[in-house]
Write a protein that binds this ligand. Structure first.
Ligand SMILES: NC(=O)c1ccc[n+]([C@@H]2O[C@H](COP(=O)([O-])OP(=O)(O)OC[C@H]3O[C@@H](n4cnc5c(N)ncnc54)[C@H](O)[C@@H]3O)[C@@H](O)[C@H]2O)c1
Length: 325
C-alpha cells in the first residue's frame, strides 16, 4: 500500500511512518518543518525514517510544504497513487491556541479541508483523521466514551479537532470516503514534543531545576505510549481500507489508566533518581482536569489493546532521552 501521512517529521508521524515501512508499505509525506519546536529535531526524525526506508528497501518521500498549499497537495495526489491518508499535521498545542486562534483554525481546518478536497477530486476513499481527547473538555463523566456529548470544548485547539471530526463526517456522507477519527489521549515516548510535560519534566529534573506544576497536582492525564498509539492508528487504517463497508467512526485511543500530575512527577523523578523541586502555579486556562479513556469501542471494532504501562513507558522515554536525544 502507499500511504500519505501528513506531519511525517513530527513525533507521532515519524513513528507511524517507520512502523508502516517495516510492515512493507510505502509512504509519501508532507511536513512544513515549522519552528513550533526545534526544527533540528524534526529534521532528525525525518532522516531516521529515511534511513530506515533505505534499509528496508521501501519508499519514503518527504515533501517540504504546507497542507494549506492547494497546488502542492494537488500535485502530490497527482504524482502518487495514494491508497489512504493519515492526517496528523496540525497545530498541536492547547495553550498556544488561546493566544493564536486564527492560526489554529487556518491550519487545522483549512489545511484539513484541503486534504479532504484532494481525496474527493482524486478519489481516495480511505482517511484517518487524528483528533484529540481534548474534545471532551471538562466532561464530568469518566471514563470518556465516544457516545458522550462533546459540545463544550474549552480551547480553540479542542474546538478545531471537534470541527475536524464534523468536516470528516461531511466528506464521508457526500463522497463515501471511509473515515476513522482518532481521539488520541496524551501521547508520550521517544521523540516526544519538547513542549509536553514528560519531556519538559525530565529535562528540568536532570538539570536540577524546579518543575512548574500548574494547579495542586491532582489534575490527571491518561498517558498513552507511542507504540500503542501507532498500533491503534494502523488498525484503524486497515479498517477504513475495507471498501465493502461504508465507514464513519470515532475511536478513543488511550491507555485507560490516568495518573495525577503529582504522581507523574514522582514516577519520572524516581526513574531519573532525582528529588523533585516543585514550583506550584495557578491552573492554566484551557487545561482540563482529567482525561480518561474508555477504549472499549476501539477494542471491539479494531482489537486495540494498549500494552505499555506508565512506569515502563517512562523508563523507555528516559533511556531514549539520556542516550539518543
Ligand atoms: N502528542 C499528543 O499527545 C497528541 C494528543 C492528541 C492529539 N495529537 C495530535 O496528533 C498529531 C501529531 O501530534 P505530534 O505530537 O506528533 O505533534 P508534532 O508537532 O510533533 O507533529 C506535527 C507535525 O506536523 C507538521 N505541521 C504542522 N503544521 C503543518 C502544516 N501547515 N503543513 C505541513 N505540516 C505541518 C509539524 O511540522 C510537525 O512535524 C496532531 O494532529 C496532534 O493534534 C497529539
Amino acid at each position: 500500500m502507499l500511504y500519505f501521512i501528513t506531519g511525517g517529521a513530527g513525533f507521532i508521524g515519524s513513528h507511524l511512518s517507520e512502523t508502516l515501512l517495516g510492515q512493507g508499505h510505502d509512504i509519501v509525506s508532507i511536513d512544513n518543518f515549522n519552528d513550533y519546536y526545534d526544527v533540528k529535531l524534526k529534521k532528525r526524525n525525518c532522516k531516521t525514517v529515511e534511513e530506515y526506508a533505505n534499509k528496508s528497501n521501501r519508499k519514503f518521500i518527504m515533501y517540504q510544504g504546507d497542507i494549506r498549499d492547494k497546488n502542492l497537495i494537488d500535485e502530490i495526489f497527482g504524482n502518487h497513487k495514494i491508497d489512504a491518508v493519515v492526517s496528523l499535521a496540525a497545530n498541536a498545542g492547547v495553550r498556544p491556541s488561546i493566544d493564536n486562534p486564527l492560526f489554529y483554525v487556518d491550519v487545522n481546518l483549512i489545511g484539513l479541508t484541503n486534504l479532504l478536497e484532494a481525496c474527493r477530486i482524486h478519489k481516495v476513499r480511505s482517511f484517518v483523521f487524528v483528533s484529540s481527547s481534548s474534545v471532551y473538555g471538562n466532561n464530568k463523566k469518566v471514563p470518556f466514551s465516544e457516545s458522550d456529548p462533546v459540545d463544550h470544548p474549552i480551547s480553540p485547539y479542542a474546538a478545531t479537532k471537534k470541527a475536524g471530526e464534523l468536516l470528516c463526517h461531511t466528506y464521508h456522507s457526500l463522497y463515501d470516503i471511509n473515515m476513522a477519527c482518532l481521539r488520541y489521549f496524551t501521547v508520550y515516548g521517544p521523540r516526544q514534543r519538547p513542549d509536553l510535560a514528560i519531556n519538559k519534566f525530565t529535562r528540568l529534573l536532570l538539570e536540577d531545576k524546579p518543575i512548574p506544576m500548574f494547579g495542586d497536582g491532582t489534575t490527571a492525564r491518561d498517558y498513552t505510549y507511542v507504540s500503542d498509539i501507532v498500533d491503534g492508528t494502523i488498525k484503524s487504517l486497515n479498517y477504513v481500507l475495507d471498501r465493502n463497508k461504508s465507514i464513519y467512526d470515532i475511536f478513543n485511543l488511550g491507555g485507560s489508566h490516568p495518573i495525577s500530575l503529582k504522581e507523574l512527577i514522582n514516577v519520572i523523578a524516581e526513574t531519573v533518581k532525582k528529588e523533585p523541586k516543585i514550583d506550584q502555579l495557578p491552573m492554566q486556562p484551557g487545561d482540563v482536569n482529567i482525561t480518561y479513556s474508555d477504549y472499549s469501542h476501539a477494542k471491539e471494532i479494531l482489537n486495540y489493546e494498549p500494552k505499555v504501562r506508565i512506569e515502563e513507558g517512562i523508563q523507555k522515554f528516559v533511556e531514549w532521552y539520556q542516550n539518543d536525544k
